[in-house]
Every structure is written in structure tokens, then in C-alpha cells.
Design a protein around this ligand. Structure first.
Ligand SMILES: Nc1ncnc2c1ncn2[C@@H]1O[C@H](COP(=O)(O)OP(=O)(O)OP(=O)(O)O)[C@@H](O)[C@H]1O
Ligand SMILES: Nc1ncnc2c1ncn2[C@@H]1O[C@H](COP(=O)(O)OP(=O)(O)OP(=O)(O)O)[C@@H](O)[C@H]1O
Ligand SMILES: [Mg+2]
Ligand SMILES: [Mg+2]
Lengths: 462, 462
């Protein structure tokens, strides 16, 4: 009759790799570069290391390409390397703090794609800056979702080098992927004027983005879950992991911005005893606790210490380097939240200079999420939805005929991606609201500038 | 430093449930119904059982709903019930044959959502028609991705009942989900005029679709992989699982429509020895074998025995029942393939009768994939892309002012879904081509009918 089977997470993403952005060799070429670069940038920024990232893509013929990415990041600890690159759903970004990585999947999908299209192993060299550096050659055992260590070498690290070098081959299509790859690097550099990024393409072109500042944003710090962001499973796990013997103690020590006083008041308001042992709570009490947590209006909203926006100065500097605009209006909204997850919107509108005038029904919209440039599915994205409904005439901005570029960046502990391939952002009313106000703020500033410029011009002509 | 962690597949889909269609209570209400109904319909059709499916959604207050789905399908075997409903990435549809289910995820995500929003367990009663029926009450251990059996009961089954009843509670939003739910049932019934479907909504309305025929399409049969659809991982696994000691034998016994003669000719053409032991092949040979398999022009294309289209008669009957159109043109294309996966496109265009005239810039387009109605993301779907570029004027069809409905159904062993939530279909040139020709065939037929009608009208007026 029916043949039942369970499959590993690696097998699932192998069979359904188009869902993770590996639809075909063109898209795979782009996604592989993206995933590896994002890992390198996270490894630097999280530790306030000014990033030096070097990407080399070599054409080995027969549609086989070799990718090599080198960074000066924090490195991967010795025992973790095989899992970091060889086990799907493994990583260090399952925490409540902003980072590019979130799924524990991207780097491994890239390695897996190389393995299934060219039988390539992955070579990883890393050190956390200690006395030794270590080299691994790995494959992924897909059916069991575990790494296969082909080779392992520990060597002295006299220079105390710290960083990671990863290399493997895969079947790609560079020619068709090229425009998107170059665009990806350009846009990455806009948000990172403090990073040195080098990309050497198979056709021998060297793209270099040199740092123009040594100022970096403060890294994101991990926070505890916020009461508005919980569900029964989460609270259940927190109770099991906690040593608290009273509900009061449990609440005061496990939630973002909830201390003794807040916990007391909350429990009073829902008529639950502070001395109740959370581990012996019955199902009815657990359901009541969780659902009332979500509606309690007196909890402090989430704050932004778990986020790491670019900041208006750095964003401006990056835009100026790329577009030399006549004017750029930049803004950063205060932290907001959706479903208990804090987020911050940064936006900019640039005018003139090297900003191109786009064809009639197109617009130049650069979207970013946790500093990742989003280059696909613009029209499904929440940002476009907002842009389309703003009445730009009110700000004297004719998006059809003027050289205008829009920039929208969402920083969040949990970016509401619609897909595993991180292609675009789902609609959330709170996010839409913030994007709209950020863009209107920039539009107003630009209108003021255009007004001054016009009056100056008129004055000059007299 | 960095805290490394591995998470289970259940934990991954719990944390990222919006990626599976569980964004919010409205969408979850719809997705839960969809996933359970699709499981029931698969369980019937695969065994040529005329489906009797009954769905009841009860409002228990406080946004908590109880769902109960009952079918007369093949049932779930006793030992498999806990895993079928309690372990993510487990199922019987990991085979190369058309079915609604493909991921081994849907039913469990529904159960998981009920668990995390209402702490509900799932109650499942099933029998494969034997002497016993069995009842389980289960939860999912999310961190370890395994079922927790709360209760288990085996009782006699004197009536030899065969089928499955599944029930659990969840936090939903019926009012907002209602239009989509009703539409889902209507569209499901269009492709299944041989099914009895009953849906009882929380506001007490009974929706009934009674069977109008006892003819059913022949079920899909499992096939072996086609040479064009393989990659190195797949061939590697097949070699390990096979007992063949020669490459010739391996190829002749493991691939769809490849027998001894074809295998011989292929190996000759790529200059590989038929006597080579596949288990001792080196990496270079494996890569060569797989890449040459994909380009060998003499392999028979995949055939359609692994597919189970509706068929033009049944499709017409279903459309007539729903819309009583003045005319409906229906067509089924011959089997085609993309990347070695066979697929068949069925399409129809209905005119007049109860087909509404849609507002100026909208069109009535009903899309289906393996008989699943797709109700979201119309504008990202490949079907819409094709419809927009057809010049309907050539067929004298003014889609703006005429009451016209388009129907597109793709049957495939691997539907190229873009998302885990099965919302829309990715672009594939072969699929686009087939959809375009299917629609044009229907358009031509409709044009002929309109022409005859017009001449008859003119003749009558004289
Ligand atoms: N270049 C690197 N430097 C330091 N650590 C790295 C590097 N690349 C990967 N890692 C480590 O390996 C882990 C797994 O990376 P992977 O890309 O598979 O998942 P992720 O980045 O956590 O999430 P996502 O799937 O969203 O990218 C990371 O969490 C990180 O700890
Ligand atoms: N009503 C049912 N009758 C018979 N078998 C069922 C029923 N519901 C579920 N099953 C079994 O449980 C398995 C798991 O179902 P689940 O919905 O989780 O995954 P799937 O249907 O295989 O794939 P998908 O995630 O695409 O829906 C199915 O493959 C099927 O074997
Ligand atoms: Mg990553
Ligand atoms: Mg299913």
C-alpha cells in the first residue's frame, strides 16, 4: 500500500532546493555568492571587526565554477566547522538579535548545490585567532544530514590569523548571473562604507569597494523574548529550561524589559498567583497566561539594543559614494515592533548626480533587510506596495521624469521574509506604516531642498 | 563567543511557520483546511476510492476553532499514525507520482499550529478496513521532532470501516478567512465531479457538493527517475541501493524507459564500459556519467503513467456544474517534461452563463496544481504571465467586457512551487509553452463557437 518514509532536513532542502533560491544554475550562482558573503559580513560585524572580504569566482570550463570567499571575521571554532558547513539547520544565529543569517541553512545549501552538481567537496580553513588554524575538507551526507570529514589538518598559526576561507566548485551560469552579482556587491557596499570588499569575476574584472570610514555601527546584542512575541510552545520550553519555582520569578527573569514590578502587576491584573509553580501549571493556566501576555498593555515595548541599523551618517556616505547625488534625504525611524519583534526602518531618497532617470513605468528602488540587498520580486515586496500608494506629487516629486532613487532598509530580529531564499518581505501593517512615514519624511526634506534650489535659481536669473 | 546550535526540522518550521502558509490566524485557518482536505483526497484518489469527505469547523469562542475532517480514504496504518501526524518530514508521498502532498509537512504544520496557539492535541481515528480501528491522541515534541502519544486505543471494527477522522483546535479567524475557504471548496469540486464534499462552517452553513458521476481518472503510478531528471546525489544513492555489479545492468534497471538496448547505446556513445562496476566508479566517471545522461538525445521522453489528469470530460462536467456556461472549451495537452519531470497541462475557457463579467483590470483565472486550487499570488504565477501576453483580440475575445473564466491545471510529479505554502508556480519555459498552447487551443475553439452563434443570430434576424 502506501510506502512511508521519513527524510532528513538536508534531504528535504535537497529535493526542494528551488524553495531556497537554487532553481537553476543562474539563480544558484547568485545565491551561492550571496550566502557566503553574508556569512563573512556577519562574522565581522557581530564583533566590531572592520570587514575585509574577498570573493573570487573562477571559470573552470564546462559550466563549472570555483568560488573562494575569504574574510577576517571571528572564524569558526575547531569542533564546529564540520557542522557549520556540513549540517543543515545548524548555526549560531538562532538568537534574538539582528544578523543576516537566521535559518542555519544558507552556507550549507551552497555547499550542497556544489556537491550535487559537480561532486565537489568544500574546503574550509579557519581560525579564531589562536595558536592554531585548521583546515577541513568536507561533504554532506544528505540522507542523514551530517558532515563527512574527508580531510582534517591542524597547523600552527604564528601570525594569529583570524578569519575563514571557504572554497568549492559548482555548476553555474556566470554570464546570465553577472548583472545581478555586480548589483549585489554595489548595493552591499552602499550600506557598508566601512568595509573593504573585493570581487574578482571569472572574466578577470576586479571590483573593489574600499572603506571610506572607520566608523562602524554598534553591534546588535542578544535579548530575551518579549511577552508580545511568545506562543505556548515557546513559554513551555522556557518553563522547562528555567529554574524558577514561582511564576513571579519566571516572568521577572525571562522576558525582555519585564522585571519584578511589571511581573507583579501583570499577574495581579490577570488574577494568577505569583507563587504558582510554573512547572506544575495545567494546560488551561498556560493558555491563559500566554494569551493574556499578548494583550497586556502595560508591558514596555521592545527596545532596539538587539538591532544594529546602519545609521544616517553611514547610509548617507554610502549613497554618496555610489551615486554622487545632488541631494540625498536620509532618515531613521524610532524602533517599532510587530508581534513582539522589534524593528527599525531606515530610508533615503536620492536625487540627481549619477542617479539615472528610469523608464516610464519603472522605479529605482533599493531594498535591504538586515543589510542584505534584495534584488528579486520587487513587485511582491511590501516596500513597493507602500511606494505605489504615496502621492509623490504632493512633494513635487515626479518619479516618472526625475532622476530619483528610493532606499528602504528594515532591521529586525526576525525579518518577515516570505521565502527561504530571502527574496522579499511579507506585508505587516506595522512595517508598512513605518516605511510610509520614513519615505514621507525623506520626501518632505527633498521637497524643501528642491524649493530652495528653485528660489535660488529664480533669484539668480534676476 | 558565538553560541552554536542545531535545530530539528520541526523547530525550523515552527520558527518560520509563515514560510509554510501560517502567517497569521486568517491565513492559518485557510491553510489548515486546505492541508487536511488535500490529505483526505489523496487517500481516496490514489486507490480509486470515490471520495466522501466531510469537513466541520466549529467556533469554540475566544478565536479558538475546532476542525474535524472525515474521509473514506485508504486510512493510515496503525504504527504510522503517530509519525504521519506527529513527525515533520514524514509521509508516503516522497515518490515519483502525482499527488497533492509532496513535502511530508502539511498535516503536521496544521497540527503544530493548533498546538502552539491553543495547546491542543490532535485526535486521529483511522482504519485501513481491517478487523480493528485505532484512536490516537498526539502532540508534537517540537525540539526533537517526534510524536508524543498521549492516548492510544484499539477497538474492534465490525463494519470494516476504512478511512480517517482527524480533529484538533487552533486559534483562527473564520470571518476573514471565510471567502477564501468557500472559494477553495468550490474550486476543488470543479475538478472532482465524482466526489461528495461536505463543509459545515462555524456559522452553521452547510456547503454540499454531491457527485454527479461515478467516473474517476485512473490513479497515478509510481515511476523510476528519468535520466534527464537526475543529479549526482541521486545517482550516487541509486548506486548504493542497487545490487547491480555492472553499469549496464544498473542503467537498464533503474531509469524510466531505459532498458538494455538504450543503456548499451548510451554507454557506447559516451565511451564508458558497460562492465564497469558502478560501486567502484571514481568521482570523475560519476560526474561524466551524470552530465552526459542529461544531454543524451536518444532517451525516450518521460511518459504520463505517473500522472493523473482530470480529463476533458470530467473537467467540462465540473465547470458546467459550477458556472452553467453558455460554452466551455476544454483541452488536455500531451505529456511534456521539464528537467526530466513529466507534466500535463489541462486548460479551459468558459463563456457566459453564470460566469461573471469581472471589473476592468481584473480577470477570472482559476489555477490548479495536482488538483489543488491556488488562491493566492495570482500575479506572481506563471499562468498569469502567459495570459497577459496572449493577444486575445486575435480570438475575438474581449476579456475586459465579456464574461470569461480561464482554467489552468498543471499535473506533475514535481510541481515547481515557489513556496512551501504551495501558493504559486515558478516560471519554467516548458510549462509556459504548454500553458500558452493550451489556452490558445481553447481560445480558437471558443472563437469558432462565437462565430457560429453570431452567424446564427444574423440569419435569424433576417
Ligand atoms: N565566514 C564565516 N565566518 C564565521 N562563521 C561562519 C562563516 N560562515 C558560516 N559561519 C558559521 O556557520 C553557521 C552556519 O552558516 P549558514 O549560512 O549555513 O547559516 P546561517 O548563516 O546561520 O543562517 P542562514 O541560513 O540564514 O544563512 C553560521 O551561523 C556561522 O556560525
Ligand atoms: N486523511 C488521511 N488519510 C490517509 N493518510 C493520511 C491522511 N492524512 C495524512 N495521511 C498520511 O500522512 C502523511 C503525512 O501527511 P502530510 O500532510 O504531513 O504530508 P504529505 O501530505 O505527505 O505532504 P504535504 O506536506 O505536501 O502535504 C501522508 O503522506 C499520508 O501518508
Ligand atoms: Mg548564512
Ligand atoms: Mg499533506
Amino acid at each position: 500500500r502506501e510506502k512511508f518514509q521519513s527524510i532528513s532536513a538536508a534531504d528535504f532542502f535537497y529535493r526542494n532546493r528551488e524553495i531556497a533560491g537554487f532553481d537553476n544554475p543562474v539563480r544558484a550562482t547568485y545565491t551561492i555568492i550571496r550566502e557566503l558573503v553574508e556569512n563573512s559580513l556577519d562574522a565581522c560585524e557581530q564583533y566590531s571587526i572592520m570587514p575585509d572580504v574577498r570573493v573570487k569566482l573562477i571559470d573552470d570550463g564546462n559550466s563549472i565554477y570555483r568560488i573562494k570567499v575569504e574574510d577576517n571575521g571571528i572564524g569558526v571554532p575547531y569542533e564546529q566547522v564540520p557542522y557549520a558547513f556540513g549540517q543543515i539547520l545548524f548555526g549560531s544565529k538562532y538568537t534574538l538579535r539582528q544578523s543576516r543569517g537566521i535559518f542555519g541553512l544558507g552556507g550549507k545549501m551552497a555547499v550542497l548545490y556544489g556537491q550535487i552538481t559537480s561532486h565537489s567537496t568544500v574546503k574550509a580553513l579557519s581560525s579564531t585567532g589562536g595558536f592554531e588554524k585548521y583546515f577541513y575538507e568536507l561533504s554532506i551526507n544528505v540522507q542523514e544530514n551530517k558532515p563527512i570529514i574527508r580531510k582534517k589538518e591542524v597547523t600552527p598559526n604564528p601570525g594569529r590569523w583570524r578569519g575563514t576561507i571557504i572554497e568549492f566548485s559548482f555548476e553555474g551560469d556566470f554570464v546570465r548571473a553577472k548583472p545581478k552579482i555586480v548589483e549585489y556587491f554595489r548595493q552591499t557596499a552602499i550600506l557598508m562604507p566601512y568595509a573593504n570588499i573585493i570581487y574578482i569575476s571569472p572574466d578577470g574584472v576586479l571590483y573593489r569597494f574600499d572603506r571610506i570610514t572607520e566608523v562602524m555601527p554598534k553591534p546588535a546584542e542578544e535579548v530575551k523574548p518579549h511577552p508580545f512575541g511568545v506562543d505556548i510552545e515557546m513559554v513551555h520550553r522556557m518553563i522547562n529550561a528555567s529554574r524558577s519555582t514561582t511564576l513571579m520569578d519566571f516572568l521577572a527573569n525571562n522576558f525582555h524589559r519585564v522585571g519584578v514590578a511589571t511581573a507583579m502587576n501583570f499577574l495581579k491584573s490577570i488574577k494568577m498567583s505569583p507563587d504558582l509553580n510554573p512547572k506544575t501549571m495545567d494546560s488551561k493556566d498556560l493558555v491563559k497566561l500566554v494569551s493574556r501576555m499578548k494583550d497586556y498593555g502595560e508591558f514596555q515595548p521592545p527596545d532596539a539594543q538587539c538591532l544594529s541599523p546602519v545609521g544616517t551618517d553611514l547610509l548617507k556616505a554610502g549613497i554618496i559614494r555610489e551615486f554622487s547625488p545632488e541631494y540625498v534625504a536620509v532618515t531613521q525611524r524610532r524602533a517599532s515592533a510587530y508581534a513582539g519583534y522589534p524593528f527599525v526602518i531606515e530610508a533615503a531618497i536620492a536625487y540627481g548626480g549619477r542617479v539615472p532617470i528610469t523608464p516610464a513605468d519603472e522605479m529605482l528602488v533599493l531594498r535591504f533587510a538586515n543589510k542584505i540587498p534584495l534584488l528579486y520580486d520587487l513587485h511582491s515586496d511590501v516596500a513597493m506596495k507602500v511606494i505605489k500608494r504615496i502621492n509623490w506629487q504632493r512633494y513635487k516629486l515626479d518619479v516618472k521624469t526625475m532622476p530619483i532613487a528610493f532606499f528602504i532598509h528594515i532591521c529586525a530580529t526576525k525579518v518577515p521574509y516570505k521565502t527561504v531564499g530571502k527574496e522579499y518581505i511579507a506585508d505587516r501593517p506595522e512595517v508598512e506604516y513605518e516605511i510610509e512615514w520614513a519615505l514621507k519624511t525623506c520626501a518632505r526634506e527633498l521637497k524643501t531642498h528642491m524649493g530652495k534650489k528653485e528660489r535660488a535659481y529664480i533669484a539668480q536669473r534676476r
